[in-house]
Design a protein around this ligand. Structure first.
Ligand SMILES: NC(=O)c1ccc[n+]([C@@H]2O[C@H](COP(=O)([O-])OP(=O)(O)OC[C@H]3O[C@@H](n4cnc5c(N)ncnc54)[C@H](O)[C@@H]3O)[C@@H](O)[C@H]2O)c1
Length: 468
């Protein structure tokens, strides 16, 4: 059985027009982490062939900003050369380091601007070991065939647990009691304090977090209703309601779990507070723009809302410090003066477990992309995947052709690969960039080299990789 090889030349080899492919160090190399996880989202065949884009040990990975150990382990176990740094790098040092790496892993502090990416001649993929990706010039990366992955859902459970905690803390006014005790005041009260059993929780946005929360809340004796723009299967005994107004009029606790979109901006404003039951509670751990905060301040001052918890704000400071003031948001002082209001600094997803899950999810996405070309979960390229090639298909190759999304390209590509038997093929586009993946049978090294050269010579080419 031959090992998988890659026909994509490295730039130095290209320049020299020397032999431009390399073989994997050993045919039996195998990492279960990159092929068997539930996170993979494509089910690999039991005898799936492990495609390698380079000699495995030639893959250079740079991990910055103390990426979680789980992610480091997965990439090291692949046999890649992994360099790990605890901090981010100043731009000049980053440019120096990024020049010869194929994979870079960052968190939120490293800025991968077009200026930096321009120097990254060998880079094929970026892993953001966090939720946000605005630190990366996604458009530039896509236009240069560099895929970007992140981890949007690894912290859903952490957010759901925070909300459960907040429901009880609000119902029992625990924040205020604790503050009073810290100030030396003993204030034993039961007035306006409630059990949560038998109350109704209204979830706005029944996605990853909303659905987790639904299950946890029911197990604590809450009735759950939810509103979502999509018709969704309710979990347990939860019930979808048709309008947000219906939810607001019925729920004792209302919690928002929608994405930041033009339609969700200010979706909880003066009108919605009017529609809520007197004495209800509001929680927002989604995005700061979802709740109109001055309207919340009014609703709390009037007694309409008995308590609230905010984890997110329209403007949030870039780092830790004394920044939660009126310079940041004009209503800061008004908000801080309210009773039974829990304010947390966007910590919904900030747990050790979430960090560890992010490490696994992003490292697996990087490994799949490097080894198989799968773009599922990429934030800047179309999502394309094919079922794995198997060890029973020794003379197969996988062609990956990232190209400009312009008329006529597919005809030209198919003229090139059409002389061979194309077993399966998928193509998709996103904006100006398209991604084609095709598995071809009965090809030898000469065929592969010819395919590579022909695809590279097309004017639409952004990047060609052939894995086999
Ligand atoms: N506080 C934190 O630390 C933290 C951590 C993770 C996620 N978040 C935020 O939580 C929110 C939800 O995250 P998720 O992972 O559950 O997202 P998700 O995409 O899985 O679910 C969002 C749901 O909202 C629904 N939706 C969209 N527009 C809507 C509208 N106008 N009205 C009603 N429903 C609507 C969608 O159909 C979807 O079911 C996001 O804003 C995310 O950024 C915050």
């Amino acid at each position: 059985m031959t090992s998988a090889q890659d026909i994509r030349p490295r730039k130095d080899e290209l320049a020299a027009q020397a032999q431009y492919y390399s073989t994997s160090p050993n045919a039996s190399f195998h990492s279960p982490s990159s092929h068997g996880s539930a996170l993979t989202r494509t089910i690999p065949l039991p005898n799936a062939k492990h495609l390698k884009p380079f000699a495995t040990e030639d893959i250079k990975v740079l991990l910055l900003e103390n990426v979680n150990q789980t992610g480091r382990d997965i990439l090291s176990q692949q046999g890649y050369q992994v360099e790990f740094l605890k901090s981010s790098l100043p731009e000049d040092q980053l440019i120096e380091k990024i020049r010869d790496v194929h994979v870079i892993g960052i968190r939120s502090k490293t800025k991968l601007s077009a200026r930096v990416l321009k120097e990254a001649k060998n880079l094929i993929v970026i892993g953001c070991f966090c939720i946000g990706t605005n630190q990366v010039d996604l458009q530039y990366a896509a236009e240069h065939g560099i895929a970007v992955f992140n981890s949007p859902f690894s912290n859903s459970r952490s957010v759901a647990e925070l909300v459960i905690a907040e429901i009880i803390v609000l119902a029992r006014q625990l924040g205020d009691r604790s503050n009073e005790m810290h100030n030396g005041t003993w204030n034993k009260v039961s007035n306006g304090c409630w059990e949560i059993r038998g109350k109704t929780l209204g979830i706005i946005g029944y996605g990853h977090i909303g659905a987790q929360l639904s299950v946890l809340a029911e197990s604590m004796g809450l009735s759950v209703i939810f509103y979502d723009v999509v018709n969704l299967m309710a979990l347990g005994s939860a019930r979808q309601v048709e309008t947000m107004e219906a939810l607001l009029g019925e729920a004792d606790f209302i919690t928002c779990h929608v994405p930041e979109l033009p339609e969700t901006k200010g979706m909880i404003g003066p009108k919605q507070f009017e529609q809520m039951k007197k004495g209800s509670y509001l929680i927002n751990a989604s995005r700061g723009t979802v709740v109109d905060i001055p309207a919340l301040i009014d609703a709390m001052r009037s007694g309409k809302i008995a308590g609230a918890a905010l984890d997110v704000y329209p403007n949030e400071p870039a780092g830790n410090g004394d920044y939660f003031n009126n310079d940041l948001n004009t209503w800061g002082a008004d908000l801080r003066s309210l009773k039974n209001l829990i304010l947390t600094p966007h910590i919904g997803g900030s747990t050790e477990e979430a960090q560890s899950a992010i490490g696994v999810e992003v490292a697996q996405a990087l490994t799949r992309y490097v080894n198989e070309g799968t773009t599922l979960g990429a934030v800047n390229l179309p999502e394309v995947a094919l079922r794995s090639l198997t060890m029973d298909e020794p003379n197969h190759a996988r062609v990956i052709y990232i190209h400009q999304n312009i008329p006529g390209v597919l005809r030209k590509v198919n003229e090139i690969i059409g002389d061979h038997n194309v077993d399966k093929q998928m193509t998709d586009s996103r904006g100006d960039v398209a991604y084609l993946m095709a598995d071809i049978s009965n090809v030898n090294t000469t065929h592969i080299r010819d395919l590579y050269t022909s695809l590279e010579s097309l004017p639409s080419r952004i990047q060609t990789r052939i894995l086999y």
